[in-house]
Design a protein around this ligand. Structure first.
Ligand code: 5GP
Ligand code: ZN
Length: 113
């Protein structure tokens, strides 16, 4: 989608530090890491947010969930990690292309702020 920063990252129009890529998804390091490991997992398909997920996205979203543990293992997050989706204004979503933050390598506090 035009003017979507994560679509541009997926299409390599904007560079990123890639951790994992296949035909459906991309994982890359967050520009402003909030933990020693902080990567973003996105579908290459533009979906604006969790609120915009459609029934036909079930397989794609499920696919992302099956890949999390492999990406976490590749980043040596054997002690645990947190997978986060921010949705909408109250969720503090700043990029309108669905993404999952994968954070680790520090003790993460609960509840989040
Ligand atoms: P949100 O606040 O929408 O849940 O998360 C957006 C995330 O994208 C933020 O953690 C922010 O640091 C990251 N981000 C924004 N622009 C870029 C970019 O151009 N490159 C990378 N690698 N991360 C970005
Ligand atoms: Zn997009």
């Amino acid at each position: 989608m035009a003017d979507c920063i994560f679509c541009k990252i997926a299409e390599k129009e904007i560079p990123s530090n890639v951790v994992y890529e296949d035909d459906k998804i991309l994982c890359f390091h967050d520009l402003d890491p909030q933990a020693p490991v902080h990567v973003l997992i996105i579908p290459k398909k533009h979906i604006a947010s969790m609120d915009d997920v459609q029934p036909e996205d079930q397989e794609l979203l499920g696919y992302i969930m099956t890949k999390v543990k492999d990406i976490a293992a590749s980043l040596e997050l054997e002690n645990g990690y947190r997978l986060v989706n921010n949705c909408g204004e109250d969720g503090m979503q700043t990029v309108q292309h669905i993404h999952f933050h994968l954070l680790g390598k520090r003790k993460l506090t609960w509840p989040p702020g």
